[in-house]
Write a protein that binds this ligand. Structure first.
Ligand code: OXD
Ligand code: MN
Length: 593
């Protein structure tokens, strides 16, 4: 037994005072036993076995439906090191507050100890964490999203390093009281805390995925971004995708988009051009390391998909629909009378008899949505019909290009290629997107979301830009190309100009051909863009005028954006790399009338 682990578990037990302690072994029997317990206590329902075998349904508390960025803290010893984009409280003070909340917080509950591996067990690119939680929902989700169990303890050995991840729903269960179906604490008592100097995570008060499945955003992004910076690698909010050309050549892309902007759809894209194939390697997080050959190699540290359900349909993402055929957990979707799930944008008629995500009778006719816009599915990645045979390759896959992007109804064209690495880092640093329901807060407001890492970068964002620049210096000529896309441009009537989904492959294919040195590009003030005829649009029902609009460089609109970009960059003060400031000046010059 790893002494550090044993000691930590004993300490937490003394502080949280659970009724029992259970060490998770990661087996199917364990999952089923916990599922049965949750069904027996009315927290979960089994879906109809004939429709959706071995699948569970949950409804959260209405206050606990998404990540809570305003309750998320990066607690570095110095405030400056957390930077202007993170909430900060001094480690001593935050620990005092949390210790007060954790005191006796697991009364009446079982404390589960979950040893998990982010990345294939034993890969040199993988890391181990141990989550302690008082939520069986978290245990079942962690079974799907990470590699859990005894083999992880074996890999950890007597003196291996692990990231301690402490989680409580923050709702002690008094004797004789019935548990609520979704125990959690009120918003002002929720705390999602990271102590990067100690590789430590403390989360309190929420059962929602991004706040409670601590391997995901907390470890694999916020803590791992710190580790990566120290150790010379990258932890990114990126899907990983393999494209295979008709001649068999393989290309790998890693793409960063903000939450709920279509990463899962793009990760499972079905190319619409004949002869091209695509395979999914990951849909949310990439850990990327320089290999011995000087190229970058990426692994997906996760083992499952925790995806946004609404909008997922046979037409938007048929591969996800097939992935969801069984062994899933659904949270906050509609529950149909015949024991299945439904959500808005599923492209099948709304059920006439159902319950909405708040547990009220619902028939599709009411003005309110039946599923919460951030309703989620949890499902093993291995079930995806287009999962790559190499998705668990311990060496990772070599990255040919990066893609950044966001959801923007105007201004940003369909695709731009960076002029060079520094310009690509500038494109990442100035990425912006309309906000979505993945965070509690307003939806549809344009905000800068550098590298789609705004809620996930565990240190000063200015230093993060420097880390990207340093990686480019190290990689030299082997550095991947960098592109910026916007699938979400709209016309004056509010209709999307680009069909998106599978048709996005046409843009990806242009990128592959650029990487192979085969496709043309022309210089514009924004960067390199496909000249007329360079994107293969055969069989696509988009007229020439619309294409022109999608690829138009609206210099007036961009000039209008410049003060906002300048103010955004100014937030990083003296930690904004000079090379990024110079990129801004060059853009201003290129846009000058
Ligand atoms: C997610 C998110 O759940 O980004 O992946 O919110
Ligand atoms: Mn995400």
């Amino acid at each position: 037994m790893n002494q550090k682990l044993k000691q930590w578990v004993e300490e937490v037990e003394r502080m949280c005072r659970p009724e029992a302690v259970h060490w998770c072994d990661g087996t199917a029997e364990e999952y089923d036993r916990l599922a049965k317990l949750m069904v027996a206590s009315d927290m979960a329902k089994w879906l109809d076995e004939r429709k959706r075998p071995h699948s569970l349904y949950f409804r959260s508390d209405p206050s606990d439906v998404a990540r809570v960025e305003n309750r998320t803290f990066i607690s570095t010893p110095e405030k400056d090191d957390a930077g202007p984009t993170n909430n900060w409280i001094a480690p001593d003070e935050l620990k005092r507050t949390l210790a007060g909340l954790y005191e006796g917080c697991m009364r009446g509950r079982t404390m589960y100890v979950i040893p998990f591996s982010m990345g294939p067990v034993g890969s040199p690119l993988s890391r181990i964490g141990v989550e302690i939680t008082d939520s069986a929902y978290v245990v079942c989700n962690m079974h799907i999203m990470t590699r859990v169990g005894t083999r992880v303890l074996e890999a950890l050995g007597d003196d291996g390093e692990f990231v301690p991840c402490l989680h409580s729903v923050g709702a002690p269960l008094e004797q004789g009281h019935k548990d609520s179906s979704w125990p959690c604490a009120p918003i002002e008592k929720k705390y999602i805390c990271h102590f990067p100097a100690e590789n430590l995570i403390w989360s309190y008060g929420s059962g929602y995925g991004g706040n409670a499945l601590l391997g995901k955003k907390c470890f694999a992004l916020r803590i791992a971004s710190n580790m990566a910076r120290r150790e010379g690698w990258m932890a990114e909010h990126m899907l990983i995708l393999r494209l295979i050309a008709p001649d068999g050549r393989k290309y790998h892309a890693a793409a960063a988009f903000p939450s709920a902007c279509g990463k899962t759809n793009l990760a499972m894209v079905r190319p619409t051009l004949p002869g091209w194939k695509a395979e999914c390697i990951g849909d949310d997080i990439a850990w990327i390391t320089p290999g011995k050959d000087g190229r970058l190699y990426a692994i997906n540290p996760e083992a499952g998909f925790f995806g946004v359900a609404p909008g997922t349909s046979r037409s938007s993402n048929p591969m996800a629909m097939d992935t969801l055929s069984g062994n899933c957990i659904f949270t906050n979707t509609v529950l149909t009378e015949d024991g299945d799930i439904w959500w808005e944008g599923m492209d099948v008629p709304a059920p006439a008899h159902a319950m909405d995500w708040k547990g009220r009778p619902w028939n599709g006719k009411s003005a309110e949505k039946g599923a919460h816009p951030n309703a989620r599915f949890t499902v093993p990645a291995a079930q995806c019909p287009v999962i790559s045979p190499d998705w668990e390759d311990p060496r990772g896959v070599p990255i040919d290009f990066f893609i950044f992007g966001g959801r923007r109804s105007s201004t940003t064209p369909l695709v731009t290629e960076a002029l060079d690495w520094d310009h690509g880092v500038f494109l990442g640093a100035t990425a912006c997107s309309e906000t979505t329901a993945a965070n509690i807060g307003s939806v549809g407001n344009l905000r800068f979301d550098p590298f789609a890492m705004l809620p996930f970068c565990g240190y000063h964002m200015g230093d993060y830009f420097s880390h990207w620049l340093a990686m480019g210096d190290k990689l030299g000529k082997s550095a991947p190309r960098i592109f910026y896309v916007n699938w979400f441009r709209k016309d004056a009537a509010g209709r999307f100009l680009w069909p998106g989904y599978g048709e996005n492959s046409r843009v990806l294919i242009w990128m592959c051909e650029r990487a192979a040195g085969k496709a043309a590009a022309e210089q514009t003030p924004l960067g390199l863009m496909p000249p007329a005829g360079a994107l293969d649009l055969s069989g696509l029902d988009v007229d020439a005028r619309t294409m022109e609009e999608l690829l138009r460089v609206d210099t007036a609109a961009w000039r209008n954006d410049l003060p906002g970009i300048e103010a955004h960059l100014a937030r990083f003060g003296t930690r904004l790399p000079e090379r990024i400031r110079r990129q801004f000046e060059s853009l201003r010059e290129r846009l000058a009338p």
